[in-house]
Ligand binder design. Structure first.
Ligand code: NI
Length: 186
């Protein structure tokens, strides 16, 4: 089932999400629905708050960009209760990001290139690892959603000022996009 994506202005996007247990109701169906929603909206990552649920659950599909980044061929992963333990601040890079909760907005964001993460997979098996490259960027973007943070928070004051109008339009539901959304007013 394709779920509507909650867009900027929805209060759930500003909440700190809660850890879940294997007993979370209909978790398997929810994960399937999130992958289906991600595919339909042509994204590479989706965090549960973006479908209105304040829980620590993220799906990432980098297989869809493996023509450009072959190292991610077949990379489709579910992250339960992820937490970033550490950022390696020795190197950062600047790259353009978008977000399904911000249709039409693309902005360059500076982030560390390497992070130490802990999470459980869909079988609730724990993993702790250092991650780098594009995956580290996508994880930071998605895991930020679980802290109530979004990529626009990480822009310079100047860029924030320049996109103020666009953000106001988003909040008011004045935008178009090709996938199903749930705006604050809807
Ligand atoms: Ni996002």
């Amino acid at each position: 089932m394709i779920l509507p994506i909650y867009t900027f202005g929805q209060p759930v996007l500003r909440k700190v999400a809660e850890d879940i247990t294997p007993e979370y109701p209909e978790l398997k169906e929810l994960i399937e629905n999130m992958y289906e929603t991600l595919e339909y909206s042509e994204g590479i990552g989706l965090a549960a708050p973006q479908v209105g649920l304040s829980i620590r659950l993220v799906v990432i599909n980098l297989d869809v960009i493996s023509d450009d980044l072959p190292e991610y061929k077949g990379y489709i992963h579910t992250f339960i209760n992820p937490h970033i333990l550490d950022y390696d601040d020795t190197e950062t890079d600047l790259m353009e990001e978008g977000c399904l909760s911000f249709p039409g907005i693309h902005e360059s964001v500076r982030r560390p290139t390497r992070i130490h993460v802990t999470y459980m997979d869909e079988n609730f098996q724990p993993h702790t690892e250092w991650v780098d490259g594009y995956l580290a960027r996508v994880m930071q973007h998605e895991f930020d959603h679980l802290e109530g943070k979004m990529f626009v928070d990480r822009l310079s004051m100047l860029r924030k000022q320049l996109i103020k109008g666009k953000l106001a339009d988003l909040q008011k539901g004045r935008f178009r996009c090709t996938y199903k959304v749930k705006t604050r007013k809807a």
